[in-house]
Design a protein around this ligand. Structure first.
Ligand SMILES: Nc1ncnc2c1ncn2[C@@H]1O[C@H](COP(=O)(O)OP(=O)(O)OP(=O)(O)O)[C@@H](O)[C@H]1O
Length: 584
């Protein structure tokens, strides 16, 4: 024996209201949509049919939505209105017919979100009028209806507490929201709520800018027309005039067959296009059952790619025809563009080609830097760049400042993009190898001085060397290799750590002998020459300590307590010797 499923309508309505639809307001959309589909169906069978019109009336606490569409026969009323999931808008194989908005056969049920009773008074040309009444408890009645023109009038009797959903102001607002672009005349209490063709079909940029201001609340940086014939899609992308966080995805305003799907639809653009908000109307994209999002299918994917191409085309056009505008665009959106460049090759290229970076040979793009210097050498932090930029420039070493957010990672990623890209992080040792050694005689003469200087700085873990380098005006340079910097940090933490943690740190520190930081004195500097020639050991000590302290400060190196104490004593000591008078 086989039985038919029983359906508890209250359960279904509860499901719809709590889990499918975000708000009861969707009832207005479903009614408009059914009226539109009925008009489409009538005109398909009878091109001579009168122009489609939807008349909505509020008042007396009820809502009436009347269309001059195809209407229903009594048999259809039984079959379509009273069967959940049954729709006339599917073909024999069950596929949604593309000329209609509806497809699921559940839309009318959404009226139960605001109504206790739904009356459908309908007549199909050549058949008698029928009155169907559905109740929220799942019962329905069918009776002969008063004679009328072909078409359908749906009347909603509000449920307690939902009266405001059927008020004139609310209904007018909803009709405008969902249906302002519909291609038929819709009126609420005699006032038109449809506004003609979508503004992006008018070919008037100013109208589009005004539209963006009205609907999105910003004046776009630029407007990009969108057109994807295979999805029946037209529209516009508005480029945001202010920075946005690429992770905070802004949605797009999407119309399907000129009916608003939702104001904040995701998934229409690729992730990298975070800087644009779109409004589109598509004939062929499919909605999810809630009609609040786009159904993720192959067509949506290829549409996304086509839109991405159009946005990319805009960027390329800007770069070719109006690089100044592109620079302005990047000024606004560089952080977002850079964030995406970390995992998107398109954006990586954009940054490489068009974002001017700070370097020690002037501002230029990474592409330009590579052309001029055959590869990219970069300082990974702002401090590193400050420490070494000027000295590196004097040794003909071009260096990019990659100390700003994302820059170092972006430069490293270029390696992955181009196999032959030469990318290296600047090491202080790159500089020392370019400094000149002194001739052996000079070196020999300096030995006693070097020994005294080294004794002075030993306790600070620093090695003193003398080299000749440009600029001659720079007396001393403090160079720390990365492994030495790491060792120093480890040492500082070790001093503060407890036994257990200290043991762990010791194990790491034992991994290898650190390169000692170097104080490189510049033999081309006249003051340094004078210092190396001093006979007074106390003055040598003070001078070496002062040069050490000055090199630390100039290089933006961290100052440890021992360094601060030394700066203090060397400064006061030198001052004491410089100021005439008896020493206490
Ligand atoms: N105004 C109307 N004029 C003529 N037929 C209608 C009207 N409203 C509803 N119908 C009929 O009732 C059926 C069920 O309507 P319902 O709104 O529940 O689902 P649907 O529009 O087919 O699909 P969806 O759930 O996607 O909206 C429709 O397929 C249509 O045949």
């Amino acid at each position: 024996m086989s039985n038919a499923f029983q359906v508890d309508l209250r359960g279904i309505v509860d499901l719809l209201s709590h889990h499918l639809y975000a708000s009861p307001r969707v009832y207005a959309r479903e009614l408009l949509q059914n009226a539109l589909d009925a008009i489409t169906a009538r005109r398909a069978g009878d091109p001579e049919a009168p122009a489609g019109a939807v008349r909505i009336e509020t008042g007396d606490g009820v809502l009436r939505v009347a269309d001059n569409g195809i209407g229903l026969t009594e048999a259809q009323v039984h079959e379509l209105l009273a069967t959940i999931g049954r729709s006339s808008k599917r073909d024999e194989l069950g596929f949604a017919r593309h000329e209609f908005l509806g497809q699921f056969g559940i839309g009318l049920l959404s009226c139960f979100l605001v109504a206790d009773e739904i009356r459908v008074h309908t007549r199909r040309a050549g058949a008698p009028a029928v009155l169907w009444t559905g109740f929220a408890d799942g019962r329905y009645e069918v009776a002969p209806g008063a004679d009328r023109e072909p078409g359908t009038t749906v009347t909603l009797l509000p449920r307690r507490g939902a009266e405001h959903w059927l008020s004139g102001a609310t209904v007018t607002g909803l009709a405008q929201l969902f249906g302002s672009l519909l291609p038929v005349d819709v009126r609420v209490d005699g006032v038109a709520t449809t506004a003609g063709d979508p503004p992006w079909l008018l070919g008037d940029d100013r109208a589009l800018t005004a539209y963006a201001e009205r609907t999105f609340g910003f004046t776009p940086f630029d407007v990009i027309p969108l057109n994807v014939p295979e999805a029946g899609l037209t529209g516009a992308a508005f480029v945001l005039p202010t920075p946005v966080n690429p992770a905070a995805r802004g949605g797009h305003r999407v119309y399907l067959k000129r009916m608003l799907l939702a104001e904040s639809v995701e998934g229409l653009l690729p992730e990298w296009a975070f800087f644009a908000r779109c409004v589109v109307d598509a004939g062929e994209l499919r909605p999810t059952a809630s009609r609040e999002a786009l159904y993720e299918d192959g067509l949506l994917e290829s549409t996304r790619e086509a839109i991405a191409d159009q946005l990319r085309g805009w960027l390329v056009r800007l770069s070719r025809l109006d690089p100044r505008r592109l620079a302005e665009f990047l000024q606004v959106h560089h952080l977002g563009v850079k964030a995406l460049a970390l995992h998107d090759d398109e954006m990586l290229r954009l940054v490489e080609q068009w974002w001017p970076m700070e370097t020690n040979v002037g501002r230029m793009t990474l592409a330009e830097f590579r052309r001029q210097h055959g590869g990219i050498r970069y300082a990974a932090t702002l401090d590193e760049f400050r420490q070494l930029a000027a000295v590196a420039a004097a040794q003909d070493l071009a260096v990019v400042n990659a100390g700003y957010t994302y820059d170092a990672e972006i430069i490293e990623r270029l390696r992955g993009l181009d196999r032959d890209a030469v990318v290296e992080r600047l090491e202080p040792s790159d500089l020392t190898t370019r400094f000149d050694l002194l001739d052996p005689a000079a070196e020999l003469a300096l030995r006693p001085f070097l020994a005294a200087a080294q004794r002075r700085l030993d306790r600070l873990g620093c090695e003193v060397v003398v080299r000749a380098f440009e600029p001659a005006s720079l007396p001393a340079l403090y160079l720390v290799t990365r492994s030495a910097a790491f060792h120093d940090e480890l040492q500082a933490t070790r001093e503060r750590a407890d036994e257990l943690w200290g043991g762990v740190l010791d194990a790491i520190a034992d991994a290898g002998p650190p390169d000692r930081p170097q104080l490189v004195l510049n033999h081309r500097n006249p003051l340094v020459r004078r210092v190396t020639a001093l006979a007074d050991p106390e003055l040598v000590a003070l001078a070496v300590e002062a040069l050490y302290g000055q090199a630390l400060l100039l290089g933006y190196h961290p100052i440890r307590p021992a360094d601060a104490a030394l700066l203090n004593t060397s400064f006061l000591g030198l001052l004491g010797r410089a100021v005439p008078g008896e020493q206490a």
